[in-house]
Structure formats: structure tokens, C-alpha cells
Design a protein around this ligand. Structure first.
Ligand SMILES: [Mg+2]
Length: 449
């Protein structure tokens, strides 16, 4: 059956004739005018892979049969962008053409099981891009920003935290002060461990350094956990001594150390009253959380690697973490995230959605709409969008005095300049970042990144 026949199937005579002629007549404004709107169908699903800030982003556009009515969603799994693109273009798109984009929950549920095997990062990201785009469409058709569909604003702005890092304590302190001067009340602090490729400290993790005679895919970034867990408490001792209690401090372990060392670190950091300590364990080691809870009251954030509800259910129900920190497109999009937020609400767990550069500005906008609408908001990881990102994605959340603000336009209030997005293609040689998978101990043992 041709695509146009799919589109008209089930629409009845009125709907089918409307499809032929409505492009000039109907529009998103129809909802606001109270007219009975014609049936809506998914007309096309398009995938954009672009890197305006040098980071591979995947953005999905779902088009409808109503003139000018489309939605955008974030499907960014930067390490495997081309695989997500294929999952959308070759598998989800044929499943979705002709369906009613307003049936968001049903499309989520049916798409989720359409592969039979589910909850993996590639398919979850593909599904998330579509899911967010559908919420965008619902908002645009209703003439309402998405936060309004979720129950309305619980707060005026979304408090964010900023990243500060450096090669030594003085440099980190300077970076924290600079963030405070710009209005941030929460700052994540990371310091380079001398001689080691340390997560979150800029140069040490950007690109592949090392012997140029060794092919880049075999150049190791050397890492030892012992020196790291000894230097980090000294960093925070320094910061508290110099900055007092005027700022909330955060730190990301990034799952890089053996569980027992993470437990020592969490306890050693207790005197410095962190806002949270992030990802002390890998998702494979979540069994340690019940032991950690008995050992320390350092607040714990966890979850940017989570894909499957079974990874977070016990941690939340057991009150073993304080902040849930998923990458929204990694778990199935807004449909899943709003349920997760509600689950957390009943167990006193607050939100801290993943929000670095490998979440597209569309994904950031989704984070912000959810942040505004949930009572148990904790903090939002924030970033300053580059000019190129703002140009490719008009309507990026506005950042003022450390707070993100959502657009009040219908939907998520963010768009894509497709022509400009194509001017920032991702490299296909190779289409991924070689540093992931190349962190090793001195003896050559592979380390979780
Ligand atoms: Mg993290």
C-alpha cells in the first residue's frame, strides 16, 4: 500500500478529502478558535544528525497532515548517533506513518514493544525522539506550552548547576568563583589528578592524546582510582575553606572507581556537605547502594546510564538515592520521564535530569518543561548554548542568573533551522568518539569511562 493510502485509511470520507485540501485551510491556530479539528495523522518522520557545537546530536521531526504542524524531539545517543538514525528511519518511521500523533501513550507503548526486545539505549533513544515530538505536537495543537499540559508551573525558573574544573585546586576555585559571579548557586567541581586522564576536567578527556605512532583507536588514556579518591576530598576541603557555605557543591565520580573506594570517598566527603555526589557506582553495581546508605549521609545522585525501569525501581522504592539523574532520551522520552518523576515524588527523591552538551537544545527544552511542572524538582544540569546551537535551534531555553526559563510558545517552543543544521554535519570517519572505551589502568586493564 502506498503511503498516501495509509494516511487516509480509517479517516473516513471527510478525513480523506480533508487530507487533500486542508493544507491551505487548517492550522494549529484552529484549536485556539474552538473549531472541531480534522483527524490528525503522522505524515512523515525525519531525522537530523548535526553537530553545531562539535557534539553529535540526533533530533527527530514528526510531521503531520496539518499544514505547518510538526513536533521535535531529542534522540541523542552521541556515541552511536548513526545507529539511532537507522532505528528511526528504517524501523520506527514505517511503523508510525498514518497513525494519530495525539495518541502519545499508545504510540509509546506500541512502538516500545514493536521490536519485541526492548529497553536498549538505541531503540529507547529512537523512541524518545518520536515521543517528545508528539508532546510538542499536542502542545502546538492545543495552543499551550507542554509544561501546561503536565499540570502547570510549580516554579518561576529552573535552577541549574554549572561545571567548574581545572588542573589544580586554585584553578578550580577560580572557576567556581566565576560561575558564582555569573549567578550560579550550584557548581559541580572536578580536578585533574596529576598525570592521569581525569573525567570532567576538560583537556584530559577531550580527544585522544598519546603516542602519534599508535593508531588513535588503540591510544590509552591512563587512569588509576587510588590517587583520585585521595585528591577529591582535599579539593572540597580547599573549596569550603576558601568559599565557605556560599555555594552548593556537586561532584561526579562517573562510575570510575571500585565500589569500596566510592564508599570511602562518599564518607570522606561528608564534612564538606555536598549538594550531591553523582554516579558513585556503575549500573552494574547498584547492589552497593544499600550499604552506602548505612555508611554516610552524603546525598547521592544516580542514573544517567539507566535504560530499564528495573534499574531504578528498587533504588527509589528503597529510598537509596536522593536524586534521579536520567538522560531523558535514554529511558523513552517525556512519557516515561513524567511517570518516573511521579514515582520519585512519593519516595522523596528529587530530579536532576542529565543535561550536558550531548543533550540537544531540544532535549534541554524538554528537561525544562518537565522541571517546571514537577513538585519534586531538585536541580537541572545546565550549560551555556553556543551561538551556533542557538542559531540551529531557535528558541533554546533562556539562561538568566543561573535559571533556565522555558518559552511560553505552544509545545516546547523550540525549532530547528534545517538548512543550517546541515552545515554542521557529523564526521563519519569515524562516526564516534574514540576516547570512550579507551580508558585503561596502567597495566592495560579496561576501565568504565
Ligand atoms: Mg554524570
Amino acid at each position: 500500500m502506498q503511503r498516501r493510502e495509509w494516511l487516509t485509511a480509517g479517516m473516513g470520507v471527510a478525513g480523506a478529502s480533508l487530507l487533500a485540501g486542508q493544507m491551505a485551510r487548517a492550522g494549529p491556530a484552529g484549536a485556539a478558535q474552538g473549531r472541531k479539528l480534522p483527524p490528525l495523522r503522522i505524515f512523515d518522520v525525519q531525522t537530523f544528525v548535526t553537530a553545531p557545537a562539535g557534539i553529535r546530536l540526533v533530533v527527530v521531526k514528526v510531521l503531520t497532515n496539518e499544514a505547518g504542524l510538526y513536533g521535535l524531539g531529542c534522540a541523542t545517543f552521541t556515541q552511536r548517533a548513526r545507529v539511532v538514525e537507522t532505528a528511526i528511519d528504517k524501523y520506527l518511521k514505517p511503523f508510525l506513518i498514518g497513525k494519530d500523533p495525539l495518541q502519545v501513550e499508545d504510540i509509546y507503548q506500541s512502538s516500545w514493544v514493536s521490536s519485541y526486545w526492548r529497553n536498549g539505549p538505541v531503540l529507547n533513544n529512537a523512541l524518545s525522539g518520536v515521543d517528545m515530538a508528539l508532546w510538542d505536537i499536542v502542545g502546538k495543537r492545543a495552543g499551550l506550552p507542554v509544561y501546561q499540559l503536565l499540570g502547570g508551573k510549580c516554579r518561576d525558573g529552573v535552577d541549574t548547576y554549572f561545571h567548574a574544573s581545572g588542573k589544580d585546586f586554585a584553578t578550580v576555585e577560580k572557576a567556581v568563583r566565576a560561575a558564582m559571579d555569573k549567578g550560579w548557586r550550584h557548581v559541580r567541581a572536578q580536578v585533574t589528578v596529576p598525570g592521569l586522564a581525569t573525567y570532567g576536567t576538560g583537556g584530559a578527556t577531550g580527544g585522544i592524546e598519546g603516542d602519534p605512532k599508535v593508531p588513535p583507536n588503540r591510544r590509552a588514556q591512563v587512569w588509576e582510582p587510588g590517587p583520585y579518591v585521595r585528591i577529591v576530598p582535599r579539593l572540597f576541603e580547599h573549596l569550603r575553606k576558601q568559599l565557605g557555605d556560599r555555594v552548593e557543591l556537586l561532584h561526579d565520580v562517573h562510575e570510575r572507581v571500585p565500589p569500596i573506594l566510592a564508599m570511602q570517598l562518599a564518607r570522606d566527603l561528608e564534612p564538606f556537605r555536598l549538594f550531591f555526589l553523582e554516579d558513585p557506582f556503575s549500573p552494574e553495581d547498584v547492589g552497593y547502594f544499600k550499604h552506602l546508605r548505612k555508611l554516610t549521609s552524603t546525598p547521592i545522585a544516580m542514573g544517567e546510564l539507566f535504560n530499564n525501569p528495573n534499574e531504578w525501581l528498587d533504588l527509589i522504592a528503597g529510598r537509596l538515592i536522593d536524586f534521579i539523574r536520567v538522560h531523558l532520551s535514554q529511558i523513552g522520552g517525556l512519557t516515561q520521564a513524567r511517570k518516573l518523576a511521579a514515582l520519585c515524588e512519593f519516595f522523596g527523591v528529587r530530579s536532576a535530569w542529565h543535561g550536558p552538551g550531548d543533550v540537544s537544545p531540544v532535549g534541554h527544552a524538554v528537561n525544562v518543561h518537565l522541571d517546571l511542572a514537577i513538585p519534586n524538582f531538585g536541580i537541572q544540569e545546565g550549560r551555556i548554548f553556543t551561538q551556533a546551537e542557538q542559531d540551529v535551534f531557535p528558541g533554546c531555553p533562556a539562561l538568566r542568573n543561573g535559571y533556565y526559563h522555558a518559552s511560553d510558545r505552544p509545545g516546547f517552543g523550540i525549532d530547528i533551522d534545517e538548512k543550517l543544521a546541515r552545515k554542521f554535519p557529523i564526521s563519519d570517519d569515524p562516526p564516534f568518539d574514540l576516547r570512550w572505551g579507551n580508558v585503561r589502568r596502567r597495566d592495560g586493564t579496561s576501565v568504565r569511562p
